[in-house]
Design a protein around this ligand. Structure first.
Ligand code: SF4
Length: 384
């Protein structure tokens, strides 16, 4: 007889709180992988083919740790598939093979994918995958799980936005982070009711706003583009947003769980058309992953008056490598500095901070000279 499955899903930033609620409402047990650390990274890297991209190795390490520590449980590993011609398409079969070769047989991989045209094929395929993922449930239970998880994702993103807005303005260093941690935990453990999540969000935003700070500051603005998983997972991007905020920058991330999901599932066609229009002459065709978004969002950041852009690029990511070359031209044509940062298991904290500081200093200097009478034209800053 098959054992009751426990779910594991890729840990990505703070969104895990919402995914836990989703599976719990459906009546399943969940084990959330720990944030990345040197042990899980080592496990993932040493068991992955060398040429695979960094996120593959990170997630393999996370899954492997949970399976090895819980040999008496049977797991459903939630993975994504079919998003483009990059290495994404290999994730599930490769995980399966590597884990089985390591003697781990207490799992199956269930894939989630978006709704792709033609709709008459895409919609039934989406629901078939969904039923395989979570089984049959009363429609009300399924809708409730989606709605609550959606609200929790939204609430967490609002709190994160507030965190990065207030850090460079706070009067007592660390006071906003303290307020954020409390707010996040309240949302994480909020009763699974929309009204409760809304109420806690309103209370906690107000509480964060009451942290002593100076609102009226014109800070340099830096936008973050790049591969979605690395952008959204603070434990793997070395908390780039928080670091920039503490350096006195208004930081904005282009991809969040909400807009990423909406653009790929609900408004995919509109999103692709918009991207082709903005990227005309640079990258107006799909290359997989988020490479096209990186180019589009850099142009949009310039149009919104941002002072610089940082591209977060996992080592071995083909779409972001292609985007990086194009960003060099975008940077020159649109007169916006772009710094490309590549991440792998060897990326060290000290060198990373030095590069961020140098970029921020340059952005501040440039903003200062622009606000004066001297108008300087900067050159692109694309790192290798
Ligand atoms: S977008 Fe890049 S990092 Fe993500 S799966 Fe594709 S190749 Fe790997």
């Amino acid at each position: 007889m098959r054992r009751k499955a426990t779910y594991i899903f890729p840990r990505m930033g703070y969104s895990y709180a919402a995914f836990e609620s989703f599976f719990q409402i459906l009546g399943y047990d969940v084990i959330t992988p720990d944030p990345s650390n040197s042990q899980t990274l080592k496990r993932g890297v040493s068991n992955s083919p060398e040429g695979m991209c960094f996120p593959f190795k990170i997630l393999l390490g996370q899954f492997m740790k949970v399976l090895e520590e819980n040999p008496d449980k049977y797991f459903k590993i939630v993975s994504l598939e079919s998003y483009g011609p990059c290495r994404f398409g290999y994730y599930s079969p490769l995980y399966s093979k590597i884990l089985k070769d390591r003697g781990l047989n207490n799992f199956e991989i269930v894939n989630v994918e978006g709704i792709y045209p033609p709709w008459y094929k895409g919609i039934p395929r989406f629901f078939k995958k969904l039923i395989k993922l979570v089984g049959w449930h009363a429609p009300w239970t399924g809708i409730r799980a989606f709605v609550i998880a959606g609200w929790k994702v939204y609430a967490i993103e609002e709190l994160e936005r507030k965190l990065y807005h207030l850090i460079p303005r706070e009067k007592i260093t660390g006071s906003t982070e303290k307020a954020f941690k409390r707010a996040f935990e309240r949302i994480h453990h909020a009763p699974n009711k929309v009204r409760a999540v809304k109420k806690i969000l309103a209370e906690e935003l107000e509480r964060m706003d009451s942290v002593e700070h100076v609102e009226d500051l014109d800070l340099p603005k830096i936008g973050l583009v790049g591969e979605a998983y690395m952008l959204m997972d603070y434990s793997n991007n070395l908390e780039i947003e928080k670091k920039l905020a503490y350096m006195g920058v208004d930081v904005d991330r282009s991809l969040w769980v909400t807009n990423w999901t909406l653009d790929r599932i609900i408004r995919a066609k509109k999103h692709l058309n918009h991207m082709s229009e903005v990227n005309k002459g640079y990258l107006d065709f799909f290359i997989g992953g988020d490479g096209q978004e990186s180019v589009m969002n850099t142009i949009l950041y310039k149009q919104k008056g941002f002072d610089g852009v940082i591209q977060v690029q996992p080592f071995g990511c083909l779409p972001e490598t292609a985007a990086k070359q194009i960003l060099s031209k975008v940077s020159k044509d649109y007169d916006i500095p772009v710094l490309s940062l590549s991440f792998d298991e060897q990326t060290g904290e000290a060198g990373f901070i030095t590069r961020l500081e140098a970029f921020v200093d340059m952005i501040k200097e440039r903003k200062l000279s622009k606000s004066g009478t001297r108008e300087k034209k900067s050159t692109a800053v694309v790192s290798h």
